[in-house]
Design a protein around this ligand. Structure first.
Ligand SMILES: C[S@@+](CC[C@H](N)C(=O)[O-])C[C@H]1O[C@@H](n2cnc3c(N)ncnc32)[C@H](O)[C@@H]1O
Length: 343
């Protein structure tokens, strides 16, 4: 752009440069996403490998050097028993008086091998069936970006057959209180019978709302209030649930989750997004797209602009986003409270 250029000549040049910058930015973003996806895929492959190496080492010691194997076993078992005693010695202080079924908080932690895996039939309903997605062999906090102290009291909206609950139970520090609700009665009952006995801090309740695919035998209610007190939870997990709710349900449950959230708490949710400008046929009041004409709730995409407005009107704001590993798959969105809408 020369000094003597007229405004009519400059504008297209600026437009061109802007378009180029946008393109470069998109390329860098795509590269970053690819790199993240590769890293996560590697992690997933590494987990079973770690198990196999540990198993092989264990078998080798047992066969070749039995005294060393006995000693290693004795040390490991003693350490685990000491750790469990330590945890039991600390009372669960966090439960406030007057809180219904959540008052039985118990800091006990079950050993990984004693936690049953949900049957394949139930795992198929929620999606991922590979045990890797139900596991937490390292005992780490399951969402690295969530501050450790927020794992104290957890609400799991649409808990399914306890996939996330199981991972939380396997954390070195499992939550003092956990409540999971789900529309599918069979999955909730499986969790009540198989997970709660291992750690009574974990409660599961049936949420009697209609879902064509997951709970066709339920009441016809599209929404129901969640039976828990205001501000009861420091961490709310809504994994793969807003991706199955229609607009009126999403608006209702966003408000419910906001009500349940402790003032310093965080909501970890997942969403499918699209951009309204890519779909000019949408009327102003239409904010969702579906993939299945028989059951639209199979996958619900939300206009990103609508999503931002909706969370703001619920006195929430996105603290940060984690983009999907596969383009147009689920975004992880971490929401925190704001004191007044739109601030
Ligand atoms: C894709 S699964 C995800 C389950 C779990 N969050 C996980 O990550 O494994 C969606 C779950 O939401 C439940 N669900 C659907 N609509 C619901 C509603 N309105 N209230 C409670 N649960 C609902 C379904 O029964 C199903 O278990």
């Amino acid at each position: 752009m020369g000094i003597g250029s007229s405004p009519g000549e400059i504008a297209p040049q600026v437009d061109q440069r802007l378009a180029k910058a946008h393109e470069e930015l998109a390329n860098v973003r795509a590269e970053l996403e690819n790199e993240r996806a590769t890293r996560r895929a590697l992690e997933l492959q590494l987990t079973p490998l770690r198990y196999r190496i540990a198993d092989a080492f264990n078998r080798f010691l047992k066969r070749r050097v039995p005294p060393l194997h006995r000693m290693a076993k004795f040390v490991t078992v003693s350490c685990v028993q000491w750790w469990q005693q330590e945890r039991k010695a600390k009372p669960a202080q966090l439960v406030r008086a007057g809180e219904n079924s959540l008052t039985n908080a118990h800091p006990q932690q079950a050993m990984p091998s004693t936690i049953p895996m949900p049957p394949i039939k139930l795992r198929t309903i929620v999606g991922p069936t590979d045990p890797v997605f139900y596991d937490n062999p390292g005992g780490d906090f399951i969402y690295p970006s969530v501050p450790a102290h927020l794992y104290e009291s957890v609400f799991d909206f649409g808990c399914g057959c306890g996939r996330v609950a199981r991972q939380l139970m396997l954390q070195r520090e499992s939550p003092r209180r956990y409540l999971g609700i789900d529309a599918n009665r069979e999955m909730v009952e499986w969790c009540q019978h198989n997970l709660t006995p291992l750690n009574p801090a974990f409660h599961f309740e049936h949420h009697d709302v209609f879902s064509k695919t997951c709970a066709p035998e339920n009441s016809p209610n599209r929404t129901l209030p969640i039976c828990a007190p205001d501000g009861a939870f420091s961490l709310i997990i809504a994994h793969s649930i807003f991706t199955h709710l229609l607009q009126d349900q999403t608006e209702f449950y966003l408000r419910e989750l906001r009500r349940l959230l402790r003032p310093d708490g965080m909501i970890r949710s997942t969403w499918f997004f699209f951009y309204r400008q890519d779909f000019p046929v949408l009327a102003d009041h239409q904010n969702t797209l579906f993939v299945n004409e028989n059951d639209p709730a199979q996958a619900v995409y939300y206009d990103y602009g609508y999503f931002l407005r909706e969370v703001a009107s619920t006195a929430l704001r996105p603290a940060y986003f984690i983009p999907p590993q596969v383009k147009n798959f689920q975004w992880e969105v971490f929401l925190v409270g704001i004191s007044s809408p739109g601030r």
